[in-house]
Design a protein around this ligand. Structure first.
Ligand SMILES: [Zn+2]
Length: 268
């Protein structure tokens, strides 16, 4: 027990140090991420920690790959850019940490699956949005099928879907490899978690198109996720006011966790 606590403290500190060095998080984001990583390491052991580390590292790598092109799309469209803040960390990591606490308390493997599903959903969405902007074809809105600007929530491309599937599979492979000792075999865990992550990212796009709040800029006429554009406040045009990108990400993680939990219950 003491060894597990020491492990989780050291592992969380190493990950937080890396995040600080990469300037990936704001100060508040860093503190919350460290605390959640301790919980994840303590309740989920090496499996929990490695799935978290994989999600974090691949998210950074994807951001690096898309580089300038994504930055431009982000600056023009997104409400939040640059380092991730505490709210973004909460919406992307809390669900997984909660699943692991439930796993620690009950010992039910379905909650471990739920953790895998939440992390897979997180990376699937990050890879799709970070790398999707590199698509040669312009995205279309997932619900209306009208062409939209690259980077706008709800816009999808075949390339983005592929990136999303790869993201889910990367976390699932790490997760299933580590849980083999507990679950007996690699493939069922891998398939369940990949499917849950991909499904959640798909729902993320539907929510991003259907209910996420978007504003029309009175200066330049652009449809954006920024409440303020060109220095003036925009008028809400579509979506529900409280459904920000953070809220959509929280739903994404919850759906990934529930889907993985459901698939586990179905198979056991
Ligand atoms: Zn504008």
């Amino acid at each position: 027990m003491l060894r597990l606590l020491l492990f989780s403290l050291l592992a969380a500190t190493a990950l937080a140090a890396l995040a600080a060095w990469r300037r990936a998080l704001t100060r508040g984001g860093l503190i919350l991420a460290w605390a959640l990583a301790v919980v994840i390491g303590y309740c989920g052991g090496l499996t929990g920690f490695l799935a978290l580390a994989a999600t974090f590292l691949f998210t950074i790598a994807a951001g690096k790959l898309s580089g300038k092109k994504r930055e431009r799309a982000e600056k023009a469209l997104h409400a939040k850019t640059g380092a991730r803040d505490a709210m973004q960390i909460f919406c992307n990591v809390f669900t997984g940490a909660l699943a692991l606490v439930l796993f620690k308390l009950t010992g039910y493997l379905g909650f471990l699956w739920a953790y895998g599903g939440a992390m897979a959903a997180s990376l699937a969405d990050s890879m799709a949005s970070e790398l999707g902007v590199l698509s040669k074809r312009p995205p279309r809105d997932i619900l209306t099928w009208k062409p939209v600007q690259a980077g706008l929530s709800g816009g999808v491309t075949a390339f983005g879907f592929a990136m999303s599937a790869i993201g889910a599979a990367l976390v699932a492979a790490c997760f299933a490899g580590c849980t083999r000792a507990a679950s007996g075999s690699f493939l069922p865990a891998f398939l369940d978690v990949t499917a849950a992550g991909f499904f959640a990212a798909l729902c993320d796009s539907v929510l991003g198109s259907g209910v996420q709040v978007k504003f029309r800029c009175p200066e330049c006429g652009a449809l954006t996720e920024k409440p303020k554009h060109c220095g003036v406040p925009g008028t809400p045009e579509t979506g529900v006011r409280f459904m920000t990108n953070d809220a959509v990400n929280l739903c994404n993680n919850l759906l990934g966790a529930l889907a993985a939990l459901g698939l586990y219950a179905l198979h056991h």
